[in-house]
Design a protein. Structure first.
Length: 354
């Protein structure tokens, strides 16, 4: 959809509208994007919608759930693309062209526009409906926690042009990721979505291409996934990452260290229970989780360098099992051999003191 070419675009600095009231820069940019979007959306009209309950495809123990029916319709997609163009034109801070993650590590990459914060406020109905679909998918597969109990880390519109790709990676520190196709599958060749899974005790890559515009996949963020090289055309998707912290707002793709804990209100859960955010992030549990993920990534990189690509999860489980066994063994040995003998005299003195 190139309706945006006919939309008058104003920059946040040059717009005739005067923004006052002590607004910060994020709010100034938001109001400019909203003005741009309102101008563009006047050209749109919804004829009909075929959206209903999502048709889901899931196999037990797979790390992904496929949406075989559209999560968003053509009218929704046109609004999403106009919003993307407005953000791209008005805030270069939210745009990264040919993001390649150092290229040698992740491949050809993509052009990304970060629309988080704008999306939730300008397209609340689409956002709410998508979150409902994610909840239904998680319930269908028996996954926990529920998406509705999580914060939105980021929302991105990703564009892959010819030669664009992403080799296997994980969305570290996120819980769930979803990818929704915003163009017709016939508009590009290649660009299949890949995800590693274990079937019949073998590690294998599942590869598929959404069958229709508006369909996509919902998956475990920590599962290794990637995009095959686009051979021709243009592949555009909407990606949303959910995590255990509060919404990332207008940030691009924040890390836990980027979150401002001053409100101390957030979403990290023990199922549906809200807790104090600063306590959680500074807790031993959160530190252990971060350390485990870091060690896991290091081990996978080492195994891959030695050409080991099968049974990776089983190998990692065995390594951590041996490591924990050694720790327990050392603790027992230390307790037996390093314990100070307690004399009868010291016990009697302790009793007397009490």
């Amino acid at each position: 959809v190139r309706l945006f070419e006919t939309i008058p675009v104003h920059s946040a600095q040059s717009t005739n509208t005067t923004y006052t009231g002590g607004l910060d820069q994020d709010e100034i940019v938001f109001l400019a994007v909203q003005e741009c979007f309102n101008a563009g959306s006047k050209l749109l009209s919804r004829s009909s919608s075929e959206l209903g309950l999502p048709e889901l495809n899931y196999r037990n123990n797979d790390p992904h759930i496929v949406f075989n029916s559209p999560v968003v319709d053509d009218f929704d997609i046109q609004q999403i693309l106009i919003l993307t163009e407005c953000v791209k034109s008005l805030s270069r801070d939210h745009v990264q062209d040919r993001r390649d993650f150092n290229n040698d590590e992740y491949g050809g990459g993509n052009n990304v526009t970060f629309v988080g914060g704008f999306f939730q406020r300008i397209l609340p109905n689409i956002f709410s409906r998508m979150k409902d679909n994610f909840d239904m998918a998680a319930e269908y597969a028996g996954w926990r926690p529920y998406p509705r109990h999580l914060g939105v880390r980021c929302i991105e519109t990703l564009e892959y042009i010819e030669s664009g790709e992403l080799i296997y990676h994980e969305d570290s520190e996120s819980i769930y990721t979803t990818s929704i196709l915003l163009v017709d599958p016939s508009e590009f060749t290649g660009g299949e979505f890949m995800i590693q899974t274990i079937r019949d005790d073998n590690s294998s890559a599942i590869m598929f291409k959404p069958n229709k515009k508006g369909t996509g996949v919902f998956f475990d963020s920590m599962s290794y996934h990637g995009i095959e090289k686009v051979m021709s055309g243009r592949r555009v998707v909407l990606v949303m990452e959910l995590w255990e912290l509060m919404d990332g707002g207008f940030r691009t793709r924040p890390s836990p260290d980027d979150i401002d804990f001053s409100p101390a209100k957030l979403v990290m859960l023990d199922q549906a229970h809200h807790k104090d955010q600063e306590t959680i992030v500074n807790s031993d549990y959160f530190g252990v989780v971060k350390m485990y993920k870091s060690l896991k990534t290091t081990i996978i990189n080492i195994l891959t360098q030695f050409g080991i690509t099968h049974h990776i999860n089983m190998i990692i489980g065995g390594i951590f099992g041996i490591f924990l066994g050694l720790l327990v063994g050392l603790a027992i040995v230390g307790d037996v051999f390093l314990r100070k003998p307690v004399s009868r005299k010291s016990v009697q003195e302790d009793k007397k003191h009490v």
